[in-house]
Design a protein around this ligand. Structure first.
Ligand code: PGA
Length: 242
């Protein structure tokens, strides 16, 4: 099933959470919807029929780590997923690839499925392969990545309205598939109801990570609707060719 992840970042409130739960619970099971609200709003999603994700976790189980949340507690709060290594965490909170990998290990130990974000900055565009290889170096030889999702999010496309060309995205996905053959691959960065069709038409893209457009219920429902149309097209092709 295709995957739509909503990254609310530090936005939303209890009212919006309840509105989303009410509206999205009415939607048929057509794709995997994962909402990642701020940690303080996770409880407001307790009756959500789809999946919940945290935006971050710490790598220790408990202790003197003021302000942090452990994978075990996030799991208790109903999370099945956790975003790791978002570019805002890397830039604003100085998270290194090593720290992100420690968090990955801690999340996996609690059966929290990691969604690891990777992507090059504007001034790194010409050597994107090198940047992605560096960000992925800890995962490359692992055989246990079936439950890890990777989201390709070029930093220059986040919140800017800019997206990579379909040709470039296709090239990145082929590159990632080569080193992460068993993981689901998402695209993230300025995803909207206007560009979702083109993004999902690229071979190997199994879903999207949506920031700004995931905070407006009509827009988000529109994205989900188009994702389901996309998966129906996929099923028809599948039946015809087999
Ligand atoms: P955006 O954010 O959709 O607002 O560009 C994506 C993200 O940061 O995950």
């Amino acid at each position: 099933m295709n995957i739509v992840v909503a990254n609310w970042k530090m936005n939303g409130d209890i009212f919006l959470a309840e509105q989303f739960v009410g509206r999205l619970n009415e939607i048929e099971d057509v794709c995997e919807i994962i909402i990642c609200p701020p940690a303080a709003l996770l409880w407001s999603f307790r009756n959500f029929k789809y999946y919940l994700g945290a935006q971050n976790c710490f790598y220790e189980e408990s202790g003197a780590f003021t302000g942090e949340n452990s994978p075990r507690l996030l799991k208790e709060l109903g999370c099945d997923y956790v975003l790791l290594g978002h570019s805002e965490r890397r830039a604003l909170f100085h998270e290194s690839d090593e720290v992100i990998y420690r968090k990955w290990n801690a999340a996996v130990a609690q059966s929290l499925r990691p969604i690891v974000c990777i992507g090059e900055k504007l001034d790194e565009r010409s050597n994107w392969k090198e940047v992605l290889s560096r960000q992925l170096k800890n995962y490359i030889d692992r055989r246990d990545l079936n439950d890890t999702i990777f989201a390709y999010e070029p930093v220059w496309s986040i919140g800017t309205g800019l997206t990579p060309s379909e040709e470039h995205l296709a090239e990145v996905i082929i590159f990632l598939k080569g080193i992460l053959p068993t993981s689901s691959l998402l695209y993230g960065g300025s995803v909207s109801s206007r560009n979702i069709g083109g993004i999902m038409s690229i071979d190997g893209v199994t879903g999207v990570l949506v920031g700004g457009s995931s905070l407006k219920i009509e827009e988000f429902e529109n994205i989900i609707r188009q994702m389901s149309e996309n998966s129906q097209i996929y099923i028809i092709h599948y039946e015809v060719s087999h």
